[in-house]
Every structure is written in C-alpha cells, then in structure tokens.
Design a protein around this ligand. Structure first.
Ligand SMILES: *Cc1c(COP(=O)(O)O)cnc(C)c1O
Length: 427
C-alpha cells in the first residue's frame, strides 16, 4: 500500500487544487472519511468542519437520510440522459424548488455547478431580450465585491480586482460595475447607497440585459452584509428601466442567512434565482436556475425558439434524489430556531475578537460569522494552526470566517470560535 507520504508527493506533483499552482506548495491534508460535522484525517486527527465544505453540507457528512436516499436511487439508476427522457427525482425536486421559492419562479433549469447556473441565467437574459426584439441588450450590471463563479461569463461579473480581470481583459465581456453597497445589514438605510447602481442603469439600460448580484450577503468577494433596502431599490429600478434581475443565492440559499432565501429579507422576487452549493447538502454537485413564466414563455415565441444549453449530466437522478431528501430534511425541523441559535452563539463568542489588535471588524448574520483583519493573513501559515486546534477553516485575504453545518452542537461551535480567537490573538 502507498504510504501517506507517497500520496502527498503524488498529489503535490500532479494534482491541481483550487486556486493553486503546480507543483502545489500550499499544505493539503489527506482525508480518510467524514461523519457529522467531523472530517477524519488519514494521520488520525479529527477536525470540526467550520466551513461546511465550502458551504454545502448543511446537514453534515453522511447524514443517514441522505445516504439512504442515495442508496435507494443508485439501486434504480444513478444516471440517465435528460434529452428526451425525464424521471421522478427531477420532477419532484422541481416541484419542491418551486414551492420553496417566491411564487413567480415557475421554471427550473438544472446543471452541475453554480458557475453554470449563473451562465445559464445570463444566457437566458440575453436571449429573452432577443426574443423581445431588443438584441442590443447583451451586457450586465453588477456590484463590486461580488463573486459569481469562475467560468467566463460568471467571471465577467465577479469583482474586477479579486477576479483578476486584467489577465483576461481581451476576452472578458465588459460589464457595468456599481460601487459595492456601504450601508451594512443592521444600520439605518441611506438613500445615496443606491446612487451608483441607479446612475449606471439610467445611462446604459439600453445595453443592459440584467442586473446580477448576491442579495444581502456578498460571499467569496468579501463576506459583506449589506442593507436589504438596497435589494428592494435595485429591483424597483430594474423594473423601471426594463432590465431583468438575476439574484445569485448559490451561497445564501437554503437558510444560511436566517431566511430560506436571502431575497426574503427584502421581499423581492427576481426574474432569475440561481441556487447550488447547499442544494444537495454537499452530497453531489447540483445547481439550478429558476425563472418566471414571463421569461420562459418568450422563448417559444422568439425566433431562436429553444434555449441552446444542455449539460450532459443535466438533472442527474442521483443528485436530484439526494437534493430532494436534503430539502425535505431541512423542512422537517425548525431550522429557523437552529440558525437563530447559531447566530446568537456566534455573536457572543466572536465579539471578544473585536478588541484584538489585528481585527478590523466582527460581523455575524444567520449562520455566518466573520472576523475581518486589518491586513491580509498568511493563509499558508494560518491554516495548519487551525488544524492543530482541531478545526477546519479556510480563511482568505483579510477574512477568517465560519459557515458551520446547521447540525453543529454548541460545544463544537465553541471549539471553532475559541480557535479563531486564539489564532487571531497571536497575529
Ligand atoms: C460558489 C459560488 C458560485 C459558483 O459555484 P460553483 O459551484 O463553484 O461553480 C457562484 N456564486 C456564488 C454566490 C457562490 O458562492
């Protein structure tokens, strides 16, 4: 059998990791298995997962109900193509998503990743205006500090600095970037926060197919919580200027911010809603773009007729079956109280970080806790320190954050917050 060292050597020399170079000089920790909120490393250590495997496994690893749903589906079929065929898991999951989201959202397009869900929404928005005889509406309005994925169209609406647009400037579509909202979630709303967004819309709406942003919480672009009134006003402006609205809830969807969807903080229904990440409970890669009758029905009447997009693994039955069970599981308990309890505990236990010299801000919303530093942390040095403390976190830039599984116990959450305090205190 291969030794642990051989595995690590092969990995470092040949396996590309996210946001890494080759050969990979950043530490990677080999995983043996995972159960509940714990990741079991091959060297025998066990870590409490404070990031839910990039915000996906909201009910932890190997949840018996999800595992059971997967087994049952595998025994029937793990996959079948979706062109010309359909199946119960896809239809049932569609019905569930339609029931959970704002009423106007009636049509669901499944794909395998969040980035593609964003691509699909952007393509549909352009084709909608083509169908309506306005083919010049091909650009997008977004806000700085956003993150929408790593494929080209998605990347074109990511923050230009974080997204390294200069590298791809000749191939990326030019989009419109409003200033990032400044009024935070719990402050008093100030009208001028929407000015930049409004000005771009007034000047360029003839060329803009849709506005796209993450409602209320900007995630990978900075872990920023902003005022729901911004979302409300953006929606009203979009309607006024004949521009569609794409809300990217790939990170915020399914309870994370304390509402089922973050757009509910603003009581706004978008023309497109993108979901992914927690959809399958972290079990499989599945994402979806939901849209309205108004948008979808323009396609039948349009010159092009169909929507030219169809992933090979579209609506994979195994992923749909597990996702359906994950959403049924979410609905089976009082998740609102669970998120509120996590929020209260995070607020209490992260607050002491505020007085640490390295800390610029501490903020909590729903099951998201953020400690923002004055200066970018050396991630290479910090990550192993968290591992030594028995917790799995993945800080980036100036941000140390936790988005734990909803099933986390108070003592386990305390292990995470005390590790954050201890390590930030040493910076
Ligand atoms: C993660 C994320 C994406 C991209 O999803 P992938 O599945 O990684 O392609 C898009 N938008 C938001 C808000 C995300 O958090």
């Amino acid at each position: 059998m291969q030794s642990l060292q051989q595995l690590l050597d092969l990995d470092r020399l040949h396996v590309w990791h996210p946001y890494a170079a080759m050969p990979n000089l950043l530490p990677v920790f080999p995983v043996e298995s995972a159960q509940g909120v714990r990741i079991q490393l091959m060297d025998g250590r066990s870590l409490i997962d404070g990031v839910s495997s990039w915000w996906t496994c909201i009910h932890g690893y190997n949840h018996p109900r999800l595992t059971q749903a997967a087994h049952a589906q595998i025994d029937r079929m793990s996959h079948v193509m979706f062109g010309g065929l359909t199946h119960q898991p896809a239809v049932d999951l569609t019905a569930k998503l339609i029931a959970m989201t704002p009423t106007e959202l009636q049509h669901v397009f499944f794909c395998d990743s969040g980035s593609v869900a964003v691509e699909v929404a952007m393509k549909m928005a352009i084709q909608y205006w083509y169908n309506r005889g306005l083919p010049q509406k091909q650009h997008f309005l977004t806000i700085r500090n956003g993150y929408h994925g790593d494929t080209f169209a998605a990347m074109s609406v990511c923050d230009p600095v974080n997204g390294m647009h200069h590298l791809f400037r000749n191939i990326l579509s030019q989009q419109y970037f409003a200033e990032a909202p400044q009024v935070t979630f719990d402050r008093d709303w100030q009208e001028r926060d929407i000015d930049s967004f409004a000005a771009l819309l007034v000047a360029h709406h003839d060329r803009i197919a849709a506005a796209i942003f993450e409602p209320v919480v900007q995630n990978a672009g900075g872990m920023r919580f902003y005022h729901p009134e911004y979302v409300r006003q953006a929606k009203a402006l979009c309607e006024q200027y004949n521009v569609l609205l794409i809300l990217d809830e790939i990170a915020t969807g399914f309870g994370r911010t304390g509402k089922l969807f973050a757009c509910e903080h603003a009581a706004v229904c978008p023309d497109f809603l993108c979901v992914g990440k927690a959809l399958s409970g972290g079990f499989m890669s599945l994402a979806a773009t939901l849209t309205t009758r108004e948008v979808s029905e323009s396609f039948a009447a349009g010159k092009a007729g169909v929507f030219m997009h169809g992933p090979t693994f579209m609506a994979n039955p195994l992923a749909c079956a597990v996702s359906l069970e994950n959403l049924a599981l979410l609905e089976s308990y009082d998740w609102q109280s669970t998120i509120r309890a996590i929020e209260t505990q995070l607020k209490t236990e992260l607050e002491p970080c505020r007085s640490l010299a390295a800390v610029k801000d501490v903020r909590v919303l729903g099951a998201i806790g953020v400690v923002e530093l004055h200066d970018p942390a050396n991630m290479q040095a910090i990550q192993p320190r968290f591992v030594e403390e028995g917790v799995w976190l993945r800080p980036f830039g100036r941000l140390i954050y936790t988005m734990p599984p909803y099933i986390i116990q108070p003592s386990e959450l305390t292990a995470i917050t005390s590790a954050i305090y201890k390590i930030v205190a040493r910076i």
